[in-house]
Design a binder for this molecule. Structure first.
Ligand code: DQA
Length: 150
């Protein structure tokens, strides 16, 4: 059987605390259950997923670099690095993989410093405020795109 195309699911700082962290904004689902949900959904769409979460910017950059030749796209919730990290932007540009940016909360309805993203203008799509379902929608966007580009 040929191997399924792989997506890299990247979650940035503090997303390891999903489920306990500010549940009014981020819900009660844990990161492990989000990752399992994304993997199951990707399987239905004929894709495989590798998941990484880190609170360390360099670990995220290394994971993105490593995906350059092995993965077909990136689903990323960069957490607070969304609003601060030129390095993360450059890593995503550097590997030239299609990127979908996900935010569980609607960042545009929150503090002004969350309105700017270093990623959005280079992303295929940005999904914000759909809760953890946003990750599923991101898989759909990449699945459609990969199907139409293959
Ligand atoms: C977040 C929004 C960011 O502003 C915040 O720093 C996060 C989570 C979201 O998923 O809504 O850590 O990316």
């Amino acid at each position: 059987m040929p191997e399924l195309p792989r997506l890299l699911l990247v979650n940035g700082p503090n997303l390891n605390l999903l489920g306990v962290r500010e549940p009014d904004k981020y819900g009660t689902e844990t990161l492990a259950s989000v990752e399992a949900m994304v993997a199951a959904h990707a399987t239905n769409r004929g894709l495989a997923v590798d998941a990484v979460q880190s609170n360390h910017e360099g670990v995220l950059l290394d994971a993105i670099h490593a995906a350059r030749t092995t993965h077909a796209g990136v689903v990323i919730n960069p957490g607070a690095f969304t609003h601060t990290s030129v390095a993360l932007r450059d890593a995503l540009l550097g590997v030239a993989l299609p990127v979908v940016e996900v935010h569980i909360s609607n960042v545009h309805a929150r503090e002004a410093f969350r309105h700017h993203s270093y990623i959005s203008d280079m992303a295929v799509a940005v999904i914000a405020g759909a809760g953890t379902q946003g990750y599923r929608f991101a898989v759909d966007v990449l699945a459609e795109r990969l199907a139409s580009h293959s």
